[in-house]
Design a protein around this ligand. Structure first.
Ligand code: KG4
Ligand code: ZN
Length: 357
């Protein structure tokens, strides 16, 4: 039994295939990063048109990579939200078209569930014990605390069972990835900002850097990242980094500020996630979404958490079809099917579908 997952919510056109055990047989991603880089961010109409151009080839090559044809596929999973409406429509219509012509059942997937289920996917070379351990924790009734950190979301999600998600904390303003992207812009770094900030921050040591403040939002499981964004802008102004000076941006100052920014964001994300896991008596932690690709964040979780932490390999952290296939496989196994009425839901939230539905 195989599930195909189609993902077009933002700026990656992707298709992945997993088997019933969650083994990833294919994960093809056509990224639009270069198309949008010159605008410094994603242009929705450009994104949806690029999906139209890429989707067929991407799905076809996923089938080839997995060495299967339509007869081998049991479910067509597709992201129906949240995301950009015009981008989501391309994937949903592709999935409906395939389902209509082949008779394979259609399963709508929440993109955010998909990011979390990436932790269950087994990719060649990665530990295959993680998904068994997570299922065992859920069976024991202890719950898994999931930190979802991407360009559009920063959320703490309590998972109590398969497809059973409850939002317990979220950002009140910017998402963590958005803060990385905006800070990078101030520092004269390319889009997307996360990998650029990580690369340049690596060139300096925390102990040589003047720290930036942390927004703890005490007494809540919520986050706030707009203050740190302003703090970066203010220090960049006072240090002559922004607006970019005629003689070129002073590289050392940029590296120090990038490091101080990253240290602050990582510290808050790790500390608050561990506190929430403790508060709800969880048995494990999952860190998911594009920002989970950040190496210092991964290292901080692994070194500071008293609980087992599962962080998907980087190729499954940023938007991809395999995570949608994985989530779709679990929904399909739980009896979920969608009809032709499946529409895109750009503002879809996590925990909005009942378990098993
Ligand atoms: O999950 P994702 O691919 O797309 C959304 O659903 O938003 O996340 C993209 C975000 C961007 O903001 C990007 O800057 C950030 O993930 N990101 C990183 C890293 N790699 C990607 N942030 C920090 N460090 C990284 N290494
Ligand atoms: Zn995403």
């Amino acid at each position: 039994m195989l599930a195909l997952g189609i993902e077009t919510s933002c700026d990656e056109t992707s298709a992945g295939i997993v088997d019933a055990d969650g083994n990833v047989l294919a994960n093809v991603v056509a990224t639009q990063v270069d198309v949008h880089a010159r605008y410094g961010g994603i242009v929705p109409e450009v994104a949806s048109r690029q999906h139209v151009l890429d989707i067929r080839t991407v799905v076809q090559s996923a089938l080839e990579k997995a060495d299967t044809d339509w007869d081998g596929i049991s479910a067509i999973a597709v992201t129906y939200g949240p995301g950009l409406a015009g981008s989501l429509i391309v994937g949903v219509n592709m999935a409906k078209g395939i389902s209509a012509s082949t008779g394979i059942p259609l399963v709508g997937v929440n993109h955010l569930d998909g990011h979390i289920y990436a932790a269950w996917a087994r990719i060649a070379g990665a530990s295959s014990d993680d998904s068994d351990m997570l299922d065992e924790v859920l069976r024991s009734g202890r719950g898994v605390m999931c930190l979802l950190v991407s360009g559009g979301h920063t959320e703490l999600v309590l998972m109590r069972g398969d497809n059973d998600f409850e939002l317990v904390g979220e950002t009140r303003d910017d998402a963590a990835g958005e803060a990385f992207d905006k800070a990078a812009r101030v520092l004269g770094l390319r889009y997307p900002g996360g990998p650029e900030i990580q690369r340049i921050a690596d060139t300096v040591d925390s102990s040589d850097v003047e720290p930036l403040s942390r927004a703890w939002m005490r007494g809540t499981n919520d986050f706030s990242f707009s203050g740190i964004k302003t703090a970066v802008l203010n220090r960049a102004r006072s240090e002559g980094i922004y607006p970019p000076p005629d003689g070129g941006i002073p590289a050392e100052k940029v590296a120090s500020l990038a490091r101080a920014f990253q240290d602050s964001v990582v510290d808050v994300l790790v500390t608050k996630t561990l506190a929430a896991a403790d508060q709800y008596g969880c048995g494990a932690i999952v860190v998911a979404g594009g920002v989970a690709a950040n190496r210092p964040l991964r290292e901080a979780f692994r070194s500071q958490s008293p609980l087992p932490v599962v962080i998907p390999p980087i190729s499954l952290c940023t938007d991809n079809g395999a995570m949608i296939a994985m989530s779709g496989m679990r929904r399909f196994a739980g009896g979920r099917r969608d009809g032709w009425g499946l529409d895109v839901e750009p503002g879809l939230r996590i925990g909005s579908a009942k378990p098993g539905y």
